[in-house]
Write a protein that binds this ligand. Structure first.
Ligand SMILES: [Cu+2]
Length: 153
């Protein structure tokens, strides 16, 4: 068999493998997550939240000292909690990326620095697409190179 044909077959097998084989972290069924956030002058605890795309996220905001708010960029979630009276909102994390949440109630002089971050990811289909592209490009180059050498014989 010609070397170029072997390269074509190897490339095809690799590409099919990448397209079919489950990727680590992928294929997990979306989960329901309840995340409690404590707000106090002048920080959120936790300051960073990680979820996976597709998760159903319930944020529960607790105000520890004075009235605080939580506005989540990108998801249009706005909560306001009074000490002793928490607030909650539920949404599907269907957008991948980093989204800031900030206090939406003026709570003191360092209020503008009350910022946290919701990280939704990773977008595994993107990695699959990148891996496929690399295999296809490498295979095509190897095929063309080998083919040109066979033609020159
Ligand atoms: Cu605040």
């Amino acid at each position: 068999m010609k070397h170029s044909a072997v390269i074509l077959i190897i490339t095809a097998v690799l590409a099919i493998g990448i397209a079919i084989i489950p990727w680590p972290g992928e294929g997990k069924a979306p989960v329901q997550r309840v995340i409690h956030i404590n707000a106090r002058q002048f920080a959120f605890d936790p300051p960073r939240i990680r979820v996976n795309r597709g998760d159903q996220v319930t944020l529960v905001l607790h105000a520890i000292d004075v009235v605080h708010g939580l506005y989540l960029d990108g998801y249009d979630v706005n909560l306001k909690a009074v000490p002793g009276l928490s607030a909650r909102a539920t949404f599907i994390a269907d957008r991948v990326g980093k989204f800031r949440y900030r206090c939406s109630v003026t709570c003191g002089n360092l209020h503008p620095f009350m910022i946290g971050e919701l990280i939704v990811g990773p977008n595994t289909p993107l990695w699959r697409a990148i891996a496929l592209t690399i295999v296809a490009a490498t295979g095509a180059l190897a095929f063309l190179y080998t083919r040109s050498r066979e033609m020159a014989r």
